[in-house]
Design a protein around this ligand. Structure first.
Ligand SMILES: *Cc1c(COP(=O)(O)O)cnc(C)c1O
Length: 448
């Protein structure tokens, strides 16, 4: 092990140096990949030095998501304290299903879940779990809703047409999950949004009433805290009113921006969160942990247990269900995603997490201000979002993004809302500074 750790440290040093010198990795077209790197597997082992060389090649050609020039998706940057936690999780290699094999790591996970439940007003009776990503968190919420509405579903399967509701600009995992859980994609109703990308509660109510009149069984509403393209926040209170009226489970998908619960300044964007039945967010997005770290909490711990528990005498042999977390999780074997968030939170304090979230909004303000005051740009998004959507001159956004990628200038993506397609700059990397945002625009201006 010592030898490999030494190699690891060398690779880390080489990577950090390369990231400094060139924040974007050399562009390797997919068609040239196998000519550029020797990725084949052979019968005979490599020598130690050949092994080290091939790892170095691989590492240095891999897209650099931690640098100041990565704006492509809803994660980025590198929080060293979180990386340390994740490295330890790999080294310790526990599985989170039982206290017997995870020991105090169970307490690490529970401490985070408990704290989140307190923060959002679920109180002491709330509970939750770590899912393998935001999509799966959404699926777990949808399953709890299904089983709560149709208690026979878990044993007998569903026997009637159940409908669910989400905004037209919500994440694509919602229809996928509807198919996974046996409800079907055709039973997803897409609620209209307003010009700010917020779900219209009046349209939600209308759709539910139509379905009730037609004999469907509505069961689940998904609201979004930070839509994937615009970064908009559905207003929870009006949606919660509709859910209470019709007795529907309300989930808030905060994968992207649910981290605002840590900010005094921005947590008003999720006002009414205490009225929801479940809530999820990705610490690997706004809070900068390595992928993946997705937290799901619910006000109804019994629903979590009912939907996900299963007896297994070969697995659960000591301790009670409170400490055997496998009884409330999606998987059987489950990696320790909690530790990296715990090390980060422990090291930075809640105050440090708050500063990260506030910094991301500050960077977005800077970017929006730049776009507003420079006539070559058109702005498509609005305040209180960390997605800054714009176009530059008449450059088609697809062309702008792809050329910057192919020339290894920077990584950014495009998105659309209604008729418009635009570049989507996400200021999710809290380690970035004002200069990095200005540099982003200068890079575009020099290229086009
Ligand atoms: C990223 C995202 C997801 C999916 O999360 P994964 O961890 O990538 O599965 C779900 N919903 C929203 C709004 C997202 O932005």
């Amino acid at each position: 092990m010592e030898k490999d750790l030494l190699l690891f440290n060398q690779l880390v040093a080489q990577l950090l140096e390369a990231e400094n010198a060139a924040p974007v990795a050399p562009f390797v077209p997919a068609s040239d990949l196998l000519d550029t790197l020797d990725l084949s597997l052979q019968e005979e082992p490599l020598s130690e030095s050949q092994f080290g060389e091939s790892l170095k090649e691989l590492v240095l050609h891999t897209p650099r998501t931690a640098t100041r020039l990565f704006f492509n998706q809803l994660f980025g940057g590198r929080q060293p304290k979180a990386v340390l936690g994740d490295l330890l999780a790999v080294l310790l290699n526990n599985s989170m299903y039982t206290y017997k094999v995870a020991g105090p790591q169970v307490g690490v996970e529970k401490a985070i879940l408990h704290q989140i439940c307190e923060m959002i007003g679920y109180g002491k009776s709330g509970n939750g779990t770590f899912a393998p990503g935001g999509s799966m968190s959404n699926m777990m919420a949808m399953l709890m809703a299904r089983d709560t509405k149709e208690s026979k579903a878990r044993a007998a399967g569903i026997s009637q047409k159940m409908t669910l509701y989400t905004s037209e600009i919500s994440h694509y995992s919602i229809p996928k999950n509807a198919a996974f859980i046996g409800v079907g994609r055709e039973q997803v109703r897409y609620v209209q949004s307003n010009d700010l990308g917020e779900m219209l509660a009046s349209d939600l109510d209308r759709l539910i009433q139509e379905d009730l009149a037609a004999g469907y069984l509505p069961f689940f509403v998904n609201a979004t805290a930070g839509t994937t393209v615009l970064g908009s926040f559905d207003q929870i209170n009006p949606v919660a009113d509709v859910c209470e009226k019709h007795d529907l489970w309300l989930h808030v998908d905060g994968a992207y921006c649910g981290g605002v619960i840590f900010s005094e300044k921005y947590k008003a964007l999720v006002d009414g969160i205490d009225r929801t039945d479940s809530f999820s967010f990705n610490a690997h997005k706004m809070l900068g942990t390595p992928l993946s770290c997705s937290i799901l909490v619910t006000k109804h711990p019994q629903a979590l247990y009912d939907s996900f528990s299963n007896d297994a005498s070969y697995l659960y042999q000591t301790d009670g269900d409170d400490y055997n977390l496998g009884k409330i999780s999606l998987q059987c074997g489950r990696r320790n995603d909690a530790l990296k968030f715990w090390t980060l939170w422990k090291a930075l304090g809640t105050a440090g997490l708050r500063r990260m979230v506030d910094q991301e909004f500050l960077l977005a303000d800077i970017a929006r201000e730049y776009v507003r005051t420079h006539p070559d740009y058109t702005l498509y998004s609005f305040d209180n979002s960390i997605s800054v959507c714009f176009n530059y001159k008449n450059v088609p956004p697809e062309k702008l993004c792809t050329q910057l990628y192919e020339h290894s200038e920077l990584l950014v993506g495009f998105g659309n809302f209604r008729e418009d397609t635009f570049v989507r700059l996400v200021t999710i990397n809290a380690t970035n500074r004002e200069q990095d945002i200005l540099n982003f625009f200068q890079t575009i201006e020099q290229a086009f």
